[in-house]
Design a protein around this ligand. Structure first.
Ligand code: GLP
Length: 255
């Protein structure tokens, strides 16, 4: 596991954008899993800036968004599909890649999740970008989710609804459709990004606590290629926790 800590989230975001930017310039097919949430906003801002300078885009990236509220129309301003257009896709046009979203307006979530699952199963994602929920969720896989879970409809916990209500115009749906933990773990590389003091404890639990379905992100300890990028606030407890990890291959970089 590689841990990268930057003093400011803006620097951390530039770093993450510099990992993602080359994928958008690739002319070889790339499959990239994207995430939403407040953490991603400065990352997509930095990515847009990096992509609109320099070489042209390669047009060979295919993106897959992790999750979506259910039910919700894709043109609803609170939908994750709109989030992606607002913060990334509409700024890097002409968009010559392909983006895949779980359809929150689908009447039959099982059918929709089956469609998306087939796309995912076709070939592993090259990189999956992840944020971290306050309760340790990844995607919308809430505590208690099986590590074997696949793409499916889920109920949102009260913690997640309360947190996400800040970004949601109007009444928040209480369900979502999300890639499962096993789908996330199938990605070849994972980048987990965590910002802010309120995430420091859950980050320490995820990286150094027991690998347990009580903290879905803890499964990332078992993934062979994880990069964790934190700002100083979220990373502030890591020094202390790292002291007890002498047997694990963890590299730490301070930007
Ligand atoms: C949402 C998303 C997650 C995201 C998490 C953190 O619930 N489904 O994919 O990682 O919340 O969001 P934020 O960055 O706003 O704290």
């Amino acid at each position: 596991m590689n841990i990268v800590v930057a003093s400011r989230k803006e620097d951390a975001s530039e770093y993450v954008a510099s990992l993602l930017g080359p994928l958008f310039r690739s002319v070889e097919p790339i499959r990239l899993g994207l995430a939403t949430g407040e953490t991603m906003i400065p990352i997509y801002q930095a990515l847009v800036r990096q992509l609109t300078e320099g070489h042209p885009l390669g047009g060979a990236v295919e993106t897959f968004n992790l999750d979506e509220y259910w039910p919700i129309n894709s043109d609803h301003p609170g939908s994750f599909e709109q989030f992606m257009h607002r913060h990334l896709l509409s700024h890097i046009g002409p968009w010559v890649g392909r983006s895949n979203f779980l359809q929150g307006a689908c009447p039959d979530p099982d059918l929709e999740c089956g469609r998306f699952q087939k796309l995912l199963n076709w070939r592993p994602l090259d990189i999956q970008l992840l944020g971290l929920g306050l309760n340790g969720h990844i995607g919308f896989n809430e505590p208690g989710t099986s590590f074997h879970s696949r793409t499916r409809k889920v109920a949102l916990s009260p913690t997640t609804q309360a947190r996400n209500a800040r970004q949601f115009p109007g009444a928040m749906p209480d369900h979502a459709i999300t890639m499962g933990i096993a789908d996330i773990m199938a990605a070849k590389n994972i980048i987990l990004v965590v910002f802010g003091l309120d995430k420091k404890d859950v980050l320490a639990r995820a990286l150094f606590g027991p690998v347990s379905e009580d903290c879905p992100a803890s499964i990332l300890q078992n993934h062979p290629q994880v990069t964790v990028v934190a700002d100083e606030e979220a990373g502030s407890v890591l020094d202390q926790s790292l002291a007890g990890q002498k047997d694990r291959p963890i590299s730490v970089t301070v930007l």
